[in-house]
Design a protein around this ligand. Structure first.
Ligand code: SF4
Length: 216
């Protein structure tokens, strides 16, 4: 449904799609620091707007989309393509607050793969090659999102988050990559995660490696 094979069903022409605007906090070429694609160069597109309200959020500036400019799809895709990255990571904020059809179709037509990092709390949209679900207890993922999850990445602060991780894992396809990620400012979660993964080897650990190498 949201994967590459749907491209022939595009109803809108390229010029119209390029005119569609998204509230954009920032876009930049960097290294994917988290999850299964860690270490690969990627073009990050951070849309503005989030209604999840995680108290530990490290991008609170993204929450209010009115504080950020609306940028045309054509302009974003041109910058992404010029970077030379093989794939774009659409993140937020909560990117699924926006209909991602135009942005993702145009990225794919420019030859890039489309990845998303989402809480899954709003409906899926667009042509997505890789879906990272990072579920938040503050606003739970929609059931309709789970069948499409490639990677489940759960931020862990306490034991309660491990229970939450298992509840979400049960709803994902059997081949979903399962990852636990320590919250950056909660280092005491690291031994908790290490012990858990050693005892439950279907899970792996995701670290925010971009913070170690000091890239955005
Ligand atoms: S979903 Fe992401 S952007 Fe939104 S509040 Fe939570 S951590 Fe922040």
């Amino acid at each position: 449904m949201f994967k590459t094979e749907d491209l022939p069903n595009i109803k809108t022409d390229s010029h119209s799609m390029d005119e569609i605007e998204y509230p954009l906090m920032e876009d930049f070429y960097t290294i994917q620091g988290e999850g299964s694609h860690t270490g690969r160069p990627a073009y990050f597109i951070r849309t503005a707007g989030c209604d999840v309200n995680c108290w530990w959020c490290d991008v609170k500036d993204s929450w209010d989309e009115e504080k950020h400019p609306r940028v045309k799809t054509g302009e974003i895709v041109q910058r992404a393509k010029a970077s030379g990255a093989e794939f774009a990571v659409i993140t937020g904020g909560e990117p699924l607050l926006h209909d991602l059809e135009a942005l993702t179709v145009r990225l794919k037509q420019a030859g890039m793969q489309t990845h998303i990092e989402t809480s899954g709390s709003s409906p899926l949209s667009g042509q997505l090659d890789w879906i990272t679900l990072s579920p938040k207890r503050f606003k739970k993922p929609l059931d309709e999102v789970f069948p499409y999850v490639d990677e489940l990445k759960v931020v862990v602060l306490t034991n309660k988050d491990l229970i939450w991780a298992e509840e979400n894992a049960k709803k994902c396809p059997s081949n979903t990559q399962l990852l636990l990620q320590p919250e950056w400012d909660t280092p005491k979660s690291i031994p908790l995660i290490v012990d858990y993964v050693k005892n439950n080897p279907q899970w792996g650990i995701s670290l925010q490696t971009h913070k170690f190498i000091d890239v955005p």
